[in-house]
Design a protein around this ligand. Structure first.
Ligand code: ADP
Ligand code: MG
Length: 352
């Protein structure tokens, strides 16, 4: 264990966390320090609760990015779930398991600073958590509470035949970024000599690959878009496991079919570059890669005017439609060829 951490001990570290945390939610009656936090009943009506874990070796490698980015992402992936419900995030709890070797107090402070920055951007207060030693890697388990006017949630189950299927942003960036990191590329470092660089890969392609690494390391939760879509979208989900898998959830919960047009799918430029570099299909990265944390939603009306207002810099693309039928998604290729869309990531089965 890092000597500075060992000297502090569990309660010393909790003290460090407590001193760093800023109060942002007026409903926090009592934050870190007692056996449990005390939160005022929410005037909005309904509480949202979600949790997402990040495990070293499963979700991330510590050498890939800065500790601050890790803290950011641990909160951001939870914010994305609140965004997908159309809610507003409020309170977070942090389960922290620290491995015996390799993690320093300095790194933990940077991690917490990153998380606090993400919390500040989204109006969240860290009100508690748990701290223990891990036998293997670093674990960050964030629980997030949000609020929503009762009966106004954006559910997976509301899609109707005839609705269009839309997605925010671009897809495949996070998957391409992960491939780049696995190859040995790093956001802040020059192209490593050990990684073959073909002649076609110019400055533009390299910038796209760097943007993909950023998309993987620090996803941006679509909170403003999610809130704006309440009352406009009929159903919604965030793209965490890949569109192929996540559209399947929309179909299953809404009990209808989806058709996605391959040529409409907005592919991240970094996914195009990485696919070419590794001789893979960019569309595959876009549909099966996962971790893009974009919003996939259905709507009977054009959502663009509302989103242009709420999230002016966020592109939104119509990629298909919903129709009556067996609850599966079909992918229509440019040549008219049609296949059932399968795959995406399943933690117990792996990538399909
Ligand atoms: P208990 O033993 O009663 O569970 P702890 O010693 O685990 O209490 O925690 C003491 C206080 O510190 C609690 O308010 C808890 O929520 C908070 N806390 C512990 N670990 C963390 C953490 N990693 N992040 C934020 N708050 C924490
Ligand atoms: Mg505890």
């Amino acid at each position: 264990m890092d000597p500075a951490l060992a000297a502090l001990g569990e309660f010393g570290l909790i003290g460090v966390i407590r001193r760093r945390v800023q109060q942002r939610s007026p409903g926090t009656i009592l934050g870190i320090g007692d056996d449990a936090a005390i939160l005022a009943p929410v005037p909005e009506g309904a509480l949202l609760a979600t949790t997402d874990m990040m495990l070293e070796g499963v979700h991330f490698q510590r050498r890939w990015g800065r500790p601050g980015d890790l803290g950011r992402k641990a909160l951001a992936v939870n914010l994305s779930d609140i965004a997908a419900m159309g809610g507003s995030p409020r309170y977070a709890l942090l389960g922290l398991a620290i491995p015996p070797e390799g993690v320093t107090l300095e790194e933990l402070e940077a991690l917490l600073a990153g998380m606090e920055e993400e919390a500040a951007n989204s109006g969240v207060t860290l009100v508690g958590g748990d701290t223990c030693a891990s036998r293997s890697g670093l674990v960050l388990a964030v629980t997030l509470l949000g609020t929503l006017p009762a009966g106004r949630a954006l559910l997976r189950s509301g899609a109707k035949p005839g609705d269009a299927l839309w997605v925010t942003g671009t897809l495949g960036g996070a998957a391409a970024g992960l491939l780049a990191l696995e190859l040995g590329l790093r956001p802040g470092a020059a192209w490593p000599p050990a990684v073959l660089r073909p002649a076609w890969l110019g400055g533009e392609e390299e910038a796209a690959i760097r943007a993909a690494m950023t998309a993987h390391l620090t996803p941006v939760p679509r909170l403003a878009a999610g809130r704006a879509l309440v009352g406009c979208a009929t159903a919604g989900i965030d793209v965490s496991d890949g569109v192929a898998s996540d559209v399947g959830h929309l179909c299953a919960e809404s009990r209808i079919a989806a058709r996605i047009l391959a040529r409409q799918v907005p592919i991240h430029p970094g996914a195009l570059a990485m696919a070419r570099l590794l001789d893979r299909k960019a569309l595959d990265l876009a549909l099966r890669g996962g971790e893009d944390y974009e919003l996939l939603f259905t709507a009977a009306v054009d959502p663009r005017p509302i989103l242009a207002d709420a999230a002016p810099d966020l592109p939104v693309t119509r990629i298909g439609e919903m129709h009556a039928g067996e609850p599966i998604a079909r992918l229509v290729h440019a040549d008219g060829d049609e296949v059932t869309l399968t795959g995406g990531f399943d933690h117990l089965r792996g990538a399909a």
